[in-house]
Design a binder for this molecule. Structure first.
Ligand SMILES: [Ca+2]
Ligand SMILES: [Ca+2]
Ligand SMILES: [Ca+2]
Length: 518
């Protein structure tokens, strides 16, 4: 086994990390638990019926409503919910917890239910049984902003996280025909691979134009043979596609495809929804591979590849033990080349410090932004999200409500979509925002510095009272504020300048000389 467990990284699988919390050593448990989880894929936060206990949309649940509760195994003191659940096991086991069916004996408001769940330390999650809220039209009409400014994709109204970050009005600025984005921007998704043939991703792929596919040669001499869409650093091969294990059952294989869709699913193509940066390019880097292990060396190599091959933003929806020398060095390298890095705070529902994966480096590393998860509809921290007013710098939507996860692309087929949640979902939402910022600043002819992109994101964040005890300054990603701040600090060039030529080799190049670098 080539994995050094002390340097192990875990994809942020909420159920896996929750199970780890019962282990004596959080760091050492991550990989074995992740392996266990793959054969027990029925309980996972990606399932729209499995949701966190926090943030119920206000409603009343009548007596007789069937619920599902996920109850921890090693739980001595039963609270108001777990004490009334019958002994008979109904659900599917996973490591450290089981799911039970549960019928409400009395009518309860969502607030009462949430209160009970919060008082019950045995409860990991509850939800209404048998619901697939994602397929209901409840979310329609939730937009407060002008939906005309949103992309036209058929499922866009499901993406209520866009409303929570002020996307609609922000897009008026980011994509203004005259003063908006003219530049491509590349987001590296360092994850479990990306289904590059997906109908809502394939138009937005980064493509290594110097590489001839499938000829067994490293045509562009970047050190990697046939790396057209990215690379698989775990399995050491060109295809960045997600890899199922031979035993199948692993669900982490789809993780990267879900992450990619939230950042940059294609906008305005008549299919699915749209990523936060619906024009951005996706560089697909697989650091999970077939063996379902990740290690920091693979992640570090993925980061270096991303930097050397043109990524502007790096998405790390992963967590685990403290960053070792290789990962630290790679992140520093990225920032030195002005590539912004965003890293997840994790889903263990605990306070984190400097020892938590890449995110633990964030306060001391300008240009590296750590991301927590709040709920789109109420700006509450999602119960599973790790927190720290120092080490978690920015919140982003990682779920909508108890009843609605973030809508995104899935890897089951080229036209599959699913719900997805956790800090793994929050990071690509923020990465999309970072990509928009990079693209707009560059499009207006200014140089981009990674620490400045972090400043823009944090300064423009909404300061939300419900988040101030969890994330730095109560920061919640807000694209409209971000766009306005960029307008102030990096205004469109004066009259007559064709911004589309600023970065090119056109005859307008001499006009760049008046553009100050930042
Ligand atoms: Ca190559
Ligand atoms: Ca080749
Ligand atoms: Ca689309």
């Amino acid at each position: 086994m080539r994995v050094s467990r002390s340097l192990a990284i875990a994809l942020l699988v909420p159920s896996v990390l929750a199970a780890c919390g019962q282990s004596s050593s959080p760091n050492s448990c991550l990989m074995p638990e992740a392996l266990e989880a793959k054969s027990q894929s029925k309980i996972q936060l990606d399932d729209p019926s499995e949701l966190t206990t926090s943030g119920f949309a206000p409603q009343t649940y009548s007596a007789g409503t069937k619920m599902v509760a996920v109850v921890k195994d090693d739980c001595a003191t039963h609270g108001p919910i777990s004490s009334q659940i019958p002994e008979r096991f109904e659900g599917v086991t996973k490591s450290g917890a089981r799911s039970y069916n549960w019928v409400l004996s009395a009518s309860l408001s969502s607030e009462e239910l949430e209160q009970m769940a919060n008082e019950d330390s045995c409860i990991e999650m509850i939800s209404r049984a048998g619901t697939d809220e994602l397929n209901q039209s409840q979310d329609e009409g939730d937009f407060e902003n002008d939906p005309q400014a949103l992309p036209t994709d058929p499922q866009i109204k499901r993406e209520i996280h866009l409303n929570a970050i002020g996307a609609s009005e922000a897009y008026d600025i980011f994509y203004d025909a005259k003063t908006g984005i003219k530049r491509e921007v590349v987001i590296a998704i360092i994850d479990s691979g990306v289904l590059v043939s997906h109908e809502d991703l394939k138009q937005n792929l980064w493509i290594n134009k110097g590489e001839i596919p499938n000829n067994g040669k490293d045509d562009d001499r970047n050190g990697y043979v046939d790396d057209v869409y990215g690379y698989n650093f775990a399995s050491r091969r060109a295809s960045p596609l997600p890899e199922r294990t031979q035993a199948n059952g692993a669900w982490q294989w789809a993780h990267g495809t879900r992450v990619a869709g939230l950042a940059a699913a294609t906008a305005n193509n008549g299919r699915g929804g749209a990523g936060v940066a619906g024009h951005a390019r996706i560089m697909a880097l697989n650091n999970l591979g077939r063996d379902q292990y990740m290690d920091q060396a693979d992640t570090a190599n993925s980061i270096r590849y991303a930097v050397d091959n043109g990524a502007d933003v790096i998405n790390l929806s992963l967590g685990g033990s403290a960053a070792g020398a290789a990962l630290k060095s790679a992140i520093k390298y990225a920032i030195s080349k002005n590539v912004v890095v965003l890293a997840a705070a994790g889903n263990e529902s605990r306070q984190i410090g400097s020892g938590y994966s890449a995110a633990g480096l964030a306060p001391s590393t300008p240009g590296l932004i750590s991301i927590g998860n709040f709920q789109s509809q109420n700006f509450l921290r999602s119960t599973s999200s790790n927190y720290s007013t120092t080490y978690v710098e920015l919140g982003a939507p990682g779920t909508n409500t108890m009843r609605s996860l973030l809508y995104t692309t899935d890897a089951a087929s080229n036209s599959s979509y699913t719900g997805f949640s956790g800090t793994s979902a929050a990071v690509p939402v923020a990465s999309g925002g970072a990509a928009l910022a990079v693209a707009l600043v560059k499009s207006r002819g200014y140089a981009v510095k990674a620490p400045e992109i972090e400043n823009l994101l944090l300064q423009s964040a909404r300061k939300v009272s419900t988040l101030k005890n969890y994330f730095r300054d109560g920061n919640a990603l807000n694209l409209l504020n971000l766009a306005r701040l960029i307008d102030q600090k990096y205004p469109p060039r004066g009259s007559g300048l064709d911004v589309s030529d600023v970065d090119g080799d056109s005859s307008d190049r001499d006009q760049q000389s008046e553009c100050p670098a930042i």
